[in-house]
Design a protein around this ligand. Structure first.
Ligand SMILES: C[S@@+](CC[C@H](N)C(=O)[O-])C[C@H]1O[C@@H](n2cnc3c(N)ncnc32)[C@H](O)[C@@H]1O
Length: 394
């Protein structure tokens, strides 16, 4: 059963069939769960069910013909800046690896590897941790554009390496895709927004919440609510904290860079943000109904960077920097890198200027996207962000 589309463009019939099949599995999971499942379980099924989920289905979601565009898809300048930031770490470590989580279409890997090669800082291995077979295939196609000595350094993983990693870990727009839970926070009690099957489709239902992990998450965010009118609906994501902890445990020596949209905790849970930040993306339309067309639309929420920083510290990492995407890119020479296209004039210069605006303007990706730098065993200052460092806000 496909829920009401409203103003969204209708999917082709084949996709509707696929969504209906996934909805059937979600219905079965709800039945097995005794009448409800938590939202993280729903989101995991909607995004990652093999062959049917949004990221595990037959289509790739990126680009103008897809549902959304990420920074590496907007401009190669983004990947060049990321590579410029990682290069001194690889230089310092010597024979070291790069591990990219959720590499999407492979575009970021392509630019980073080409830029590192131009800087003579090629990593020993470039390891791609990808959950989706469809995306891994798309990445292989994208990376055919690399020279073969660089191609030989690329390998695909489906889990974290057992032996740990010396090098650089990075994740661009991965954390927002890790499933989260939804809560209603009252003065004395917390309830959970769970997923039931109602009127032929998945739907929200409020149930009492007795989960200790969620209680701890609420205790951490409560001070940020201040004088917010209660009840206050929002999201918490213990799975993101666990993801960071696992990555931290893998990093024996080196850096980890997390890039995504989100805020420090005080801003994410400020009184005015009642309702949270859950957002769904379908064909460049953004809305807040996660039950429309399961498997055909992306589901996300903003990242709590304080949560990630706390998990990093608990895992023994240093929190080396926190800034906006705009400040990060400008600090890595964004404008200087764009200059050759500028001098050419004409359409190329116009296109470059459009890319820079999308990456850096406050109303675009410049402010809401953040960069968190973490390190283990690196000299002080190696990961410092030139310009504005906002760690004091975390
Ligand atoms: C919005 S896409 C971003 C793709 C790419 N990084 C980019 O910037 O274009 C989110 C990606 O994160 C991946 N992902 C989500 N959770 C993950 C996890 N725990 N480990 C690895 N990849 C994950 C998804 O499969 C998907 O490829």
């Amino acid at each position: 059963m496909v829920a009401e589309l409203g103003p969204l463009p209708p999917p082709p019939p084949g996709e509707q069939t696929r969504s209906a099949e996934l909805a059937g599995r979600i219905r079965a999971a709800i039945h097995e769960g005794g009448g409800s499942i938590d939202f993280a379980r729903y989101m995991e099924m909607a995004l990652y069910t093999p062959g049917l989920g949004y990221y595990s289905g037959p289509d790739t979601p990126f680009g103008p013909a897809g549902d959304f565009v990420t920074a590496p898809e907007i401009s190669t300048l983004f990947g060049q800046c990321v590579a410029a930031y990682l290069a001194p770490v690889l230089d310092h470590l010597g024979d070291a690896d790069v591990l990219e989580f959720g590499p999407g279409s492979g575009t970021l890997a392509l630019t980073v590897l080409n830029t590192l090669a131009a800087l003579d800082r090629v990593p020993r291995r470039y390891r791609m941790l990808e959950l989706s077979g469809t995306l891994a295939a798309a990445q292989r196609t994208t990376l055919e554009a690399l020279d073969s000595p660089l191609q030989e350094r690329v390998e695909w993983l489906d889990r974290l390496p057992a032996t740990g990693l010396r090098g650089c870990i990075m994740a661009n727009e991965v954390v927002d895709a890790i499933p989260f839970r939804r809560l209603r926070i009252g003065r004395d009690a917390v309830q959970e927004w769970r997923v039931v099957w109602r009127d032929g489709g998945p739907a929200w239902a409020l149930e009492p919440c007795a989960d200790e992990g969620l209680a701890a998450a609420v205790a951490r965010l409560r001070p940020a609510l201040g004088a917010a009118p209660l009840p206050y609906d929002t999201e918490v994501a213990p799975a993101r904290r666990a993801w960071l902890a696992a990555a931290a445990a893998t990093l024996r020596e080196g850096a980890m860079v997390v890039l995504d949209y989100g805020f420090e905790r005080r801003e994410l849970y400020r009184p005015g943000r009642h309702g949270g930040t859950l957002a769904c993306h379908y064909r460049h339309h953004t809305h807040d109904d996660p039950f429309v067309m399961p498997g055909l639309q992306d589901i996300t929420s903003h990242v709590d960077f304080t949560d990630l920083a706390e998990a990093a510290l608990a895992g023994g990492l240093d929190v080396a920097g926190f800034t906006t995407q705009a400040q990060f890119l400008l600090g890595q020479g964004l404008l200087e890198r764009a200059a050759p296209a500028d001098t050419g004039g004409g359409l190329a210069a116009l296109a470059r200027s459009g890319e820079i605006k999308r990456l850096t303007l406050p109303g675009e990706m410049g402010e809401v996207f953040k960069v968190l730098a973490l390190g283990r065993g690196l000299p002080a200052g190696l990961l410092a962000f030139p310009g504005r460092d906002m760690r004091a806000r975390l």
